[in-house]
Design a protein around this ligand. Structure first.
Ligand code: IPE
Ligand code: IPE
Ligand code: MG
Ligand code: MG
Ligand code: MG
Length: 348
């Protein structure tokens, strides 16, 4: 049942566009019309995603080595094994790709962006571990394997999540994050706000509340804007922040920074709609995680609020919004345009 990254990234469908390879040149350009934007093929996109995934895994391997780092006392074997299980066990590595490709718009080399990309992936992996816990979504399968609390135990899963979250800040705070301390501080603040009460953790709280767990014991009937806000927090915040991290690493001007934030927000919203559609329509072997569970739990999703067809329409609108936000970058943003297509068409 376990699926390789190859298999997962091969799932992005749609028309193959003219392959002009990786966008060249990172000089600042003026706004260009949409039809002037270059396109890249799905094959180029797949290769790029695989390369970033491999570089992210190598960085995580280094960060999760057996030897204690300077300032640490010891690395308990069981906790390290659990963290490695969570962080090195596959996944699309979308957030690292967003960091690397957003930074690449400004000429930042991949090697410089990877520690920050790996930090975002640590937070994401921690969020999945805790999301699957019996007290949260109670899911037994993740990335085609037993969830961490099934492979180990609940206490280990809680601690592995805690330790992955803190490792993320360690990765950014070190000089590998960026040579300029003020940039590192900005990245720490960005990631903290995306992961915390006003972002992912807060969104997870609203997600559970919407199930009716804490009052009434029946799913709440939330207005659309509330569902969208909940999703923009639990999923969108980290995705948008990954794009903003690229802007910060690249010393983007305010208009460029805002454009990447707008792209990331629209993409984050599209990503969760696609996730909710997968829950309703995909099979477990393809998704690599349990499906058809959101309805049973009374999760607040646009698929239930609007129906699958309208949710698909909203997903397409978000992708268009995301691509519109990138127009100021012209052809340099081709990889991010293709990333939006991947998010819309992904099968896992
Ligand atoms: C799944 O995220 C959880 C959500 C935020 C919806 P991904 O679909 O990015 O999970 P992996 O990393 O590829 O396993
Ligand atoms: C998860 O949303 C968002 C996170 C912060 C992890 P879901 O609960 O829908 O994600 P899956 O479907 O379990 O991957
Ligand atoms: Mg959840
Ligand atoms: Mg879940
Ligand atoms: Mg889901």
């Amino acid at each position: 049942m376990r699926r390789s990254l190859n298999a997962m990234t091969a799932d992005c469908g749609g028309e193959a566009a003219l392959d002009r390879g990786r966008p060249l040149g990172h000089q600042r350009t003026q706004s260009v019309p949409a039809q002037a934007m270059s396109a890249i093929s799905q094959e180029s996109f797949r290769r790029r995603l695989q390369a970033v995934a491999a570089a992210t895994a190598a960085e995580l391997e280094r960060a999760l080595a057996a030897a204690a780092r300077a300032g640490e006392i010891a690395r308990p074997e069981r906790l390290l094994a659990a963290m490695r299980y969570a962080a090195l066990g596959g996944g699309k590595r979308l957030r690292p790709l967003l960091v690397v490709e957003s930074a690449a718009l400004f000429g930042v080399a991949e090697t410089k962006a990877i520690p920050v990309a790996a930090a975002f992936e640590c937070v994401h992996c921690y969020s999945l571990v805790h999301d699957d816990l019996p007290a949260m979504d109670d899911d037994e399968l993740r990335r085609g394997r037993p969830s961490l609390h099934r492979a180990f135990d609940e206490a280990t899963a809680i601690l592995a999540g805690d330790a992955l979250l803190t490792l993320a800040f360690d990765l950014i705070a070190g000089e590998a994050g960026d040579p300029d301390p003020s940039v590192r501080v900005a990245l720490v603040g960005l990631l903290a706000r995306a992961a915390g009460i006003g972002g992912m953790a807060g969104g997870q709280m609203l997600d559970l509340e919407a199930e009716g767990r804490f009052a009434g014991q029946r799913p709440l009937s939330l207005p659309l804007e509330h569902i969208e806000r909940l999703q923009s927090m639990k999923t969108g915040a980290l995705i948008a922040a990954a794009c903003e991290a690229g802007a910060i690493l690249g010393r983007a001007n305010p208009a460029e920074h805002d454009a990447l934030t707008a792209y990331g927000r629209a993409l984050g919203s599209a990503f969760q709609i696609a996730d909710d559609l997968l829950d309703a329509e995909a099979d477990v072997a393809t998704a690599g995680k349990p499906v058809a569970k959101d309805a049973k739990r009374g999760k607040a999703t646009l698929v239930f609020a609007l129906g699958a067809d309208k949710a698909r329409g909203r997903l397409a609108a978000r992708i268009e919004e995301a691509n519109n936000a990138l127009k100021i970058f012209g052809p340099r943003a081709a990889m991010l345009n293709e990333t939006a297509r991947f998010v819309a068409e992904r099968k896992a």
